[in-house]
Design a protein around this ligand. Sequence first.
Ligand code: TXA
Ligand code: MG
Length: 315
Amino acid sequence: MTERLEGEAGLTRAVALLRAGELVAIPTETVYGLAADARNGEAVAAIFEAKGRPRFNPLISHLASLEAAAEVGVIEGAALELAQTFWPGPLTLVVPLRADSGLSSLVTAGLDTVALRVPALPLAHALLTALDGPLAAPSANPSGKISPSTAGHVAESLAGRIAAVLDGGPAEVGVESTIVDCSGPSPRLLRPGGLPVEALEAALGAPLNHEAPTNDTAPNAPGQLSSHYAPGKPVLLNVTKPAKDALFLAFGPGYPHASANLSLAGDLREAAANLFAMLHALDTQPGSAIAVAPVPHHGLGLAINDRLTRAAAPR
Ligand code: TXA
Ligand code: MG
């Protein structure tokens, strides 16, 4: 059952649950987030499972301070300017990921950039300070439903699917954070949100680029990612007998000669946690292609197959 947590004791309990790899809905000034330890791949996979998200889009990592954020991503130039002006607050910055960030590659969906945010709500700040580590957290609603601004909203929609809800009262802002991509040559607005664009432009002393990136391969719904990690090698799906010169990414028992196995036990949560890291690793090994064994089409298998299908699409 989902615990309702409040006050000092609730905070301590939330930290313990998150450290143990459990999911906890947490308050922020924008909306409630469905949080997991961003360094724990299986915990992050459980976020997608609980939300019923049919695809893996990268998640925002929440940190206690600019200093803590700078250990995960490279915050320089315009990103540093914006972080110093608006953090803590309803602004998310996409910046280059540090190689030693320690984040699960499921958080960034295998990308080499990361979305970072330092929330302003004192309870969120206290939680992140006590935890002393990054929390991955999308909005705490089932896929396709509106974002929750109270603990009650979260409990209504996710009760029984998550360990706990930490009650921090109604979210003041009520809409998600504004996202600015600072990983390119000039800052670009990815998602309008709680921090007005005019405030950002005033701080930058220049208009923000609003245009969608030109390398779009898929329709780009608001708040959806436009570029995707894809291996350099061809990817072949539903393979049970791979060609000799191909690398073989297996799922489940019965593949003793696989190059790697998403989950020997056939566990979809473990497979989701391994997906991007294993694709990356195989992509650097000698071989003509990456052949992938069949992955079942239920639960997290839907998101895994969605991502594999895109990786296999002709480019
Ligand atoms: O207010 C908020 O931002 C809430 C609270 C809980 O903090 N969080 C939230 O997270 O809205 P989520 O996961 O629903 O939104 C993440 C957005 C997605 O649109 C995703 O595509 C984008 O951030 N994103 C994450 N990492 C990215 C990256 N490396 N490059 C581009 N976009 C990224
Ligand atoms: Mg959302």
